[in-house]
Design a binder for this molecule. Sequence first.
Ligand SMILES: *Cc1c(COP(=O)(O)O)cnc(C)c1O
Length: 549
Amino acid sequence: MSYLDIVSELQTAFPQPVSDRLHDSYFVFSFMRALDQLDAMKSVKPLLGQPIELDYDSARQRRMEDAPHSVEEVSEELVGYLSGMFIWGHPRSQINVGPSPTIPSVIGGLLPSIYNPNLCSDESARGVVMAELESVAMTADLVGYDPQRAGGLFTFGGTGTTLYGAKIGLEKACPGTMTHGIREPAHLLCSTQAHYACQTVAGWMGLGHQNVVHVPSDPENAIRPCLLETHCRALLDRGVKIAVIVATMGTTDAFGLDDLQTIYDLREQLISDYDLDYRPHIHADAVIGWAWAVFNDYDFETNPLAFPPRTIRSLAGTRRRIKHLHLADSMGIDFHKTGFAPYVSSLFLCKDAGDLKLITRDEETTPYLFQSGKYHPGKYTLETTRSGSGPMAALANLRLFGKDGLRSLLGHLVSMAESLREHLDSHPAIHVLNGKNFGPVTLFRVYPDDVDTFSFPDREQSDARHREQLLQYNDYNRRVFELIQDEALQGRGVVLSLTDCYRETDYGEPIVALKSYIMSPFSTEWYAGQVLESVLRARELVAQDCQPE
Ligand SMILES: *Cc1c(COP(=O)(O)O)cnc(C)c1O
């Protein structure tokens, strides 16, 4: 076969440059076959196909072959790789804050994959930059920023959003680091419950892991503002710069929400007390919590969406913190977490678009970005190639849901989590760790029969004399988790996850917890009952294991 034969054969594997209805249907049909094959892998189980053993060695043995393969062969093969994947949107799946993407957001993500706009320049991306600008404006308005003043961009994940926030903060505290590098120590402050992205960012930026200050958090997993103040003052007393304070607005494991109002007031006070010539930057890691901003203007009195009373209480409890989001100088937002979009759809938002000038390449030759009416985000983005998928997927869901849609979905998830907590709390062998929490996540510990769960959890938290028991019950919870997992993979019960350290005891040991993160729009109260039943069956099995021979 000559190369030209091969080229002409491969041409059928590309979308046609000129309208060709017949070939379009071939394209769509190829995709539909893949979807059909995936559909055949669905069952009552919360996963596609069967759980698979990962064969790392044979994966490393693969080599590129000489002969091409057909579109059909390749796509069928690709489908196989999804075998064993959890279906996040399955009501038997309560694993983590990974949502099942909506159909429009999938299409929004797919269209740019066909035409490849590069969101670094207007010339390449054309109208797709409007999708980014519109998503930025809509989201800025949602979180309480002035959309005329705010700016933002989609980047490579929640960690990317924190990186942008910290970089701008560093440039404010130590002007010129973009040019000269870092010449003096500068610190990143966050809570002990903050995401490890803070560490990553400090490491990659050259601030150094050692210059991350982890401020202790309270039992609700929010930063302790008075300790934040102590740490800030200790740094400033020594003349050390504060590059950024990261407020976590929805922690990954327990939906803890920092008190931004107090953090903001503290920052203002520090500026005046120390006569600072910079404003320590406040970045809100709101990748999870942002979505609750749809409740900022919900009328809780008349409750037009008819949420049940306890759900209203939870939603209002979250709003109490989220309504202060606008006080942050910048924030990170993940549409691929609580926005039901496919990976990656992360938005970095700046309260004042002018802040983006601090990270703009080549200040001299770059005209002021936001007066010329041109956009050209590539002048300040870290990336030189940016996909249009993130903003298109985000825009798709903002349009699909409207505020009422997102309110209803979140309200439903929260209400399901409440029902789960009620089921779990009803059993004396189970202790819910975040019972007062307002989010969709529930952390709980399971104990053997003889433990008094009314008093023991407090004692194991605070009293080092219970260290042995604590560690023993950590193992016990790991075992219960494994059994629940086994059962769920057979289509009974629910897939949960395990947290190695919900928090530390007062004497420094990790507290293991089981975790339910309800994200499926198909969740019903029945599945909450299923979780409890599965936990109880697992307890029985463990008890049998432990019978003396
Ligand atoms: C998930 C998460 C991150 C990291 O975001 P990715 O989108 O996964 O990169 C950062 N902060 C918090 C609080 C998170 O939950």
